[in-house]
Every structure is written in structure tokens, then in C-alpha cells.
Design a protein around this ligand. Structure first.
Ligand SMILES: [Zn+2]
Length: 223
């Protein structure tokens, strides 16, 4: 799959600007190792050949000027780094939407609405339409009112995008739709995953003895 610019959705490719090697440390997940192991990574800054906006990649394994595909992780602009917490199907649906966000705001909102439907379906939310399913999801996952309202706003944006053939969705809505969807992913998938992870670390730290979980937590590289 060709790498697209997340600022403008263009697939014209990137111009290499600069890269830097950096040193960091990795730690084993059993928390017995307090010194960790040093490793070298690299970050690269590239500019979109279409809009000129910058993208920052981590650990690019080298960058060549005519590369279309960069194997690194995008650090900027902000996308979700979920560490496997988000179901594959939901992540794929979100990435599919991101590819059109700046080309077609209506298509973006409709695809995000579909991704929201998918979240409801995977989480077992019941209802004869998306509005009811979201209400059900709110109960199932104990979603706070503000986040539930954001989910309903996404549903409505998708409706406007699909049915208002004359005007459609204003491009400025793209940021809001994206922010709200990430908020929902954060609450339903990423936050519980991080809390579980933290509990595991606390347990391991107690088992290892000698260090309490507070002092060791600071040195952990979050997986
Ligand atoms: Zn661009």
C-alpha cells in the first residue's frame, strides 16, 4: 500500500528532509531488569510532494529519496498508537477512512460512521439503528455522557454526509470527526488496555520485591 500524506491525503510521495540516529533503552517485561538494553533507532522528517507539510517517522530503517513506502511508525501528524489494543477490523476501517479524509470529507464521515457501527457490532451493542446501538453501547461499556454524545455526533455527521447531497459536510468537520472517533477508541480500547498493563507491572514489581511499583514505573518503556 502506497504511503499517503495524512495532511492532504495525497499519494504523490515524500521528499526526504533529514534523519537522525538516537539512543534509547528497552526493558524486559518481567521487570527484573532495571538497567535495560541500549538500542539505536532513527527518526526521519519528510515533506509531502503535494502540500509540503511535514511528517515525522520513527525507526525508518533508512530512507531513500524515491521511496514510496516507509516502514516506520508515524509520530506526526498524530495517529493512534494502540499497541494492539484496538481490534484489527476497527483499525483497518479507521485507516481506510483516513485515506480519504482530505480528498472527500463526506466519504470520511460516512466511513467513520461505518467504523462506529463496527465497534458497536464487535462490542455486542443491540438496537434497530445506530442511535439505539450507541445508547446500548453506553450502558455496556459505562461510557461517560460526554463521550457518548461525541459518538452520537459522529453518527449525525455520517448522516449529513450521506444524505445532504447539496452541501455535505464542511471540510472543517474533518478534525472534529477524527478527534471524536479517536476519543471513543481511546475510552473503549486503549485506556482499559493501559490500565491492565499497569496492573500487570504492579503485580510483577511486587513479586520481584526490593523495588516498589512506583519507583520502577518511571523506568518502563511502555510497550
Ligand atoms: Zn500532503
Amino acid at each position: 500500500m502506497k504511503t499517503i500524506c495524512l495532511h492532504c491525503s495525497s499519494d504523490k510521495g515524500f521528499e526526504y528532509i533529514l534523519s537522525r540516529e538516537y539512543k534509547s533503552r528497552s526493558y524486559s517485561a518481567n521487570l527484573k531488569d532495571y538497567d535495560g538494553e541500549e538500542f539505536e533507532g532513527s527518526m526521519a522528517v519528510v515533506a509531502c510532494k503535494n502540500c509540503g507539510a511535514l511528517t515525522v517517522y520513527d525507526d525508518t530503517c533508512g530512507w531513500h529519496e524515491d521511496d514510496d513506502i516507509c516502514p516506520g511508525e508515524i509520530l506526526f501528524p498524530s495517529i493512534i498508537h494502540d499497541h494492539g489494543a484496538i481490534p484489527k477490523k476497527v483499525k483497518e476501517a479507521y485507516e481506510k477512512a483516513l485515506r480519504v479524509q482530505w480528498i472527500d470529507p463526506d466519504a470520511f464521515a460516512v466511513l467513520i460512521r461505518k467504523a462506529l457501527e463496527l465497534v458497536c457490532s464487535l462490542e455486542g451493542a443491540k438496537g434497530h439503528n445506530l442511535q439505539k446501538k450507541l445508547e446500548n453501547l453506553k450502558g455496556i461499556k459505562s461510557i461517560p455522557s460526554d463521550i457518548a454524545e461525541a459518538a452520537q455526533a459522529l453518527r449525525l455527521s455520517g448522516n449529513i454526509a450521506a444524505h445532504d447531497v447539496e452541501k455535505g459536510l464542511h471540510p472543517l468537520y474533518v478534525h472534529k470527526v477524527d478527534d471524536f472517533f479517536k476519543l471513543i477508541l481511546d475510552y473503549i480500547y486503549i485506556l482499559p488496555f493501559r490500565i491492565e498493563h499497569f496492573k500487570t507491572y504492579q503485580k510483577l514489581a511486587q513479586q520481584n520485591g526490593g523495588h516498589n511499583s512506583g519507583s520502577s514505573a518511571a523506568s518502563i518503556v511502555t510497550p
